[in-house]
Structure formats: C-alpha cells, structure tokens
Design a protein around this ligand. Sequence first.
Ligand code: SF4
Ligand code: SF4
Length: 487
Amino acid sequence: MKWRIRMSTKGFNHKFRYEYCKIKNFILYYPKTLRATDRLMIEIRTRKGYDINIVGMPSHNLETLEKPASVALLPERIPFVKPRLKVKVDDPVKVGSPVFEDKRNSQLVFLSPGGGRIAKIDYGPRRVIKEIVIALDQDEGYETFPLISEAQLEGMERKKLVKTIMTGGLWPLFRELPFRDIPSPDVVPPSIIVSLNSREPFQPVPEVYLNDKVDLFEFGIKILNQLTETLFISSSPGNNFVPNRLNTHVTHTCEGVYPADDPGVLLYHIKKNPDENRSWYINGQDVLLLAMLFKTGKYPVDRTVVLGGSLAKEKKHFQTRMGVPLNHITKGRADDNGTARYVVGGIFKGYSEPEDSYMGFYETSLLLIPEGDEKEFLGFARPGYKKPSRSKAFLSVFNPSALPLDCNRHGEDRACVNCGFCAEVCPVDILPQFTYKSIIADEIEEALGHGLLDCVECGLCTYVCPSKVELSEVLKNTKKAYYLEQL
Ligand code: SF4
Ligand code: SF4
C-alpha cells in the first residue's frame, strides 16, 4: 500500500498552522516502518519562490567529453575549510592521492581528481590557496581503497564506515544545515536529506545522471541508511526518470517553483523540533559517488555537468570529470567572441570565473551569458518587452517566451522601497528586508528572531529586488560570521 500525505504551505492563518502541525506530528510519529514498508510519500506543495524563464536552458542530451590536459582543486570555493597542503609543485600524484587537509580536522582530506603531477599552486590575497592544478599523465595511476560488498556493508560498524568514506575523500559531499559546513564525523545526524532534483534551471537532471545507474544509486542509499536513522529522499512530482523501483525510495515530493526542492526548504516544512535544524544533505548525483568508491575501490571523479546560457552554442549535459577546465567544456561550444560572463554553480547562487578557471568540488553547472555592459539608448523609455523581471514594471509580463538574460543590473543601488517583493518570494517566510535592516543596524538577535538561520541562501530575494539590495549576500555572510563565532 502507498500512503500519500499532502502538505501545502499556502497561507499562514491559525487554522492552517494547526492543520499543518497536526500533519507534521503524524509524519513524525510514524517515521520508519511506514516509509520503508508501506512507501509513505509526503507531497509538499510550496507556493513561494520563483521560476525564471530565460533562454539557454540545457537539453537532456548527454555527450561524453574527451580527457582534459589538466584538472584542479579550488580550496577557496569550499566553504569553511582551512586548507593545509600535503603536496608541492612538481610532486607526482595518483587519482585519489591526498592533496590537502582541513586544519580544523586533519582526517578531512581532499584527494587528487587526476593522476599526473602538481603543475601549479595559485595563491590569492592573504595567501589563500585558490587553485591546485594537476597536469594529467596519459596513463593515470590510481590509489586503491577497500572494496566493500553489500553483505560487508550490512555488518559494518558506523565508525568504520565513516572512516572509509573519509579516507576515500568523499566526506565533504555531506553538508550540515543550516550553515552548510561539512559535518563532524563524530556526530550522528537527526536525518539525511537526498535531493534528486533541483528546480534551479541549470543543474543536471536525474533523468540524465541516474540513467542506467539505478543499481549504484540503490547501493548508495544503503550506505546512507547505515549513517542515519532517518533518510529523506525528495524528488519533483511526476518524475518519469526512473523505474518504479527507485520511486519506492522517494519519501517526499516537492511541488512548486524554485527553490521548492532545496533540502533547507524541505527541512523547513517538515521539522518538528530545533534539533532537526542540524540535518545533513547530499545531492542525488553524489550518492552515486559513494557507491562507486565502495564498488570499485577507486576515488570516483566522474561528473555529469551542464552547459547553458544564451551564449552557449550547445546547451546540454556532458559526462566529464571533477575539476575540469571551464574552457575544456566550452571549447567550440561558445558563441561569445570572448565577451561572455562565465558563471559557475547556477544562475542564482553561482559566481563568475575567468574562462581559464576550473569547476570546483561541488559545481556541476556552467553558464555563458552576455556581460550586458553596452549602453542602452533611451533605456528608461523602452517598454522592456524582452527584459526578464519579476516586477510588473515591464511589458515582459505579457511575454510568455523565454527571455535573454545578461549581467546588466539595469539601474543604480537605491534604498529599500518596502515593495515586499523579497518577502513574497522567500521560500522560508523570512522577511528578508527586515532581517537585512536588523543586520545593518547590528541587531543580530533581532535578525535571528526573523529566522535568519532558516535562510537557504537561494539568492531569490536579491534577484527580485528593484533597489538592487544585496540581501542574500548579506544574510549569507552574517550566517557565516555567526557560525564562526559559535565555533
Ligand atoms: S532570505 Fe534567504 S531563503 Fe529567503 S529569498 Fe533570500 S536567500 Fe532565499
Ligand atoms: S525587494 Fe528590495 S526594495 Fe523591495 S522590500 Fe525587499 S529589499 Fe526592499
């Protein structure tokens, strides 16, 4: 039998709150047996958020890229980690050799995504390690790790399992909410959330990255079940990407616009007590890597990435490897004459990088969009039929087609005009404008009271703000500073 429970986040009157809590209690009083045996599936429908419709969405076609000449690790892009190098320039490395460790916990090691020699170590301001480049050999050597069968996994102690994942370099795939740091190996999480989809339009989709890998994914799920009592697997409703066999593992479907399926949003809707705030999450694609480590005894470097954006000639998925150079993905596929902005990590949360940079440890998305720095003649008088905007100030509100997006901010910074757009889209019901103002006034307690720690760093509030207030960045940095102070 399959149980379905519907939850909606529409409205916030008392009646709703009461029903909502009752449903929450129901879910939490019947946690494991129903999910495992009766296939309890909870459908969550979120009403807040925003779906952007811009040109350059990647197709579901998959192309396998040839081997690049080099790969890299970007320690600067891994939040909170303080790297201590274990290699120097010209050292030989194999795939899976330790390259650096975290000074906070020397067991947390980051392994080489390629076999060859260390070609370059680039430092930024204050000697921050930006890039460790590995020139690849024709025949790469591999470090070996223990092979673990399903039978061995079942009888394995948690401590030994954690150690195996840590020495195999995959512990950083886990992130702990709400700060999104890599969790301590000594802590048992209240739950682990696996998010299969992302409503972010430029992320790999499970139809592609899970294709033919259902067995591996199921093995990965078994590993996660050894790490936690409560495993949540969320997916978009109506997914037809996997056979029913895999759908039986899905515990939640998240319906709604971006970022409905962010693990932080899911947790916001299902958590019952504050302890659950420290749940962990892992991306669907990364579950495959855990399984590969155990099944092959090698550090898995495969990644499915997407290339998109209006200046990408081929907008699709690519099978390649971790730390691949950006210009290896775009070679012959960019339509930009060197003028595109390279955005790594997604349209709302990504960052811009020079084209000779590399994909980071967590990144699977590359966007090429115009800088948009040329002056618009009589721009203020134009009706804006093709300007993507959430406000109804432009005629684009009547234009249902995908619109071109560039990096032009279309206006100067202004003071907040209290339009409330940011609050209308915030998926976790923070009032971003008031939280921001509390932070600026140094009233951190007040910001926490507004729900600062629930912020899932989706970037939507910044995108919709007509006054160009950098809400998301300020909230994210404040969360980070608060976390570091707690540590
Ligand atoms: S406050 Fe946080 S969760 Fe809300 S829209 Fe902004 S970034 Fe997203
Ligand atoms: S969207 Fe911008 S201008 Fe409007 S209330 Fe939020 S911060 Fe203020």
